[in-house]
Ligand binder design. Structure first.
Ligand code: TXA
Ligand code: MG
Length: 321
């Protein structure tokens, strides 16, 4: 396993070849780091599940370099999905659509839908372009963490999570800190109206404003959707995350900058706004673990806009299995 920091064009070309040869490549995206494999290679995809320790019926997101390749993977694409793709791709949004025959059961968890994303991170985009120029159709990439754990937002965190499970020919590409910091917004586009399955930095308001309509609600729809990120407990550090505001001496503390640190608590992060809150959240949870802190007291931001996605991750981080 190698970690490469100076990702020149030739490093990226080699990484693309390595994907074609069936190896795993962890790479940065603007949301979080992904653990990539050729989405058409069953053996390579099986290794993603092994390395992550993830149940095999949980579907993966296929990453492509541009909207032009969408037809390869998805069919019966509604007009509103095209609108979303034109507005928010490349970027932190994943669309769930009816699959074509290229999207095999080992990608979709045997569902008839496939999740597709066009990331905007330059390195990710270059890697996908190179991979496609070698004949590849798409790169399956879940977040590069062990199942149920905190997603990595830099290469050190990827190393910490999965290095020991990677083999000699796998690699990690370092592209600095992921600038959004939480996973993409997932939007189900298989019905008459879109439904947000996982909130992210493409917010409900942004989608509703673009489409000029209210979005559907998963609970009141009768769509059957399996989504591992919707397990109650997820994104969990080893420390217990407490959202009540109760703080004892020696606890970690995360809150917006304007909120003072309670006496005796150890400040882990002081984001100035929600954008920074999302950016630093996962690193702050990891910092607590590296300091051996057992309780992290978090004051969540107001539950609107990007705050909805932050609250969603915090709630899941606070529930241990
Ligand atoms: O920002 C992101 O989306 C990152 C980066 C690497 O792109 N990827 C990511 O992948 O978060 P992952 O596997 O950690 O989370 C993807 C979620 C899972 O909860 C999975 O169940 C859901 O997407 N998913 C994938 N395919 C689906 C489908 N066909 N229908 C419903 N949910 C799906
Ligand atoms: Mg994940």
């Amino acid at each position: 396993m190698s970690i490469t920091s100076n990702c020149t064009a030739s490093v990226i070309q080699d990484a693309a070849k390595s994907l074609v040869n069936g190896n795993l490549v962890a790479f940065p995206t603007e949301t979080v780091y992904g653990l990539g494999a050729d989405a058409c290679n069953e053996k390579a995809v099986a290794r993603i599940y092994e390395v992550k320790g993830r149940p095999t019926d949980h579907p993966l997101i296929v990453h492509i370099s541009s909207m032009e390749l969408l037809d390869k993977w998805a069919c019966e694409i509604p007009e509103y999905a095209i609108k979303l793709a034109r507005e928010f791709w490349p970027g932190p949004m994943t669309l769930v659509l009816p699959r074509t025959s290229i999207a095999k059961d080992f990608i979709t968890g045997s569902q008839d839908t496939v999740a597709i994303r066009v990331p905007s991170h330059t390195l990710a985009n270059q890697l996908l372009k190179e991979f496609e120029s070698l004949g590849g159709y798409g790169v399956a990439a879940p977040s590069a963490n062990r199942f149920g754990k905190v997603s990595p937002t830099n290469s050190e965190a990827v190393e910490e999570e999965i290095a020991k499970f990677l083999s000699e020919s796998d690699q990690i590409l370092d592209g600095g800190q992921s600038h959004i910091g939480i996973e993409s917004t997932i939007i189900d586009c298989t019905g008459g109206i879109p439904i947000v399955l996982r909130p992210g930095s493409v917010t409900l308001e942004m989608v509703e404003n673009l489409l000029g309509q209210k979005l559907g609600d998963l609970d009141s729809s009768n769509r059957e959707i399996k989504i591992s990120g919707s397990f109650e407990s997820h994104y969990s550090p080893n420390a217990h995350v407490v959202l009540s505001g109760a703080t004892s001496s020696g606890d970690g503390f995360i809150a917006l900058e304007e909120i003072p640190t309670p006496v005796g608590a150890i400040r882990l992060a002081s984001p100035k706004d929600n954008i920074e809150y999302a950016q630093i959240l996962y690193s702050a949870l990891r910092l607590a673990d590296s300091k051996g802190i057992s309780i992290i007291s978090v004051i969540p931001p107001i539950n609107q806009g990007l705050g909805i996605a932050i609250n969603n991750r915090l709630l899941k981080a606070s529930k241990h299995l």
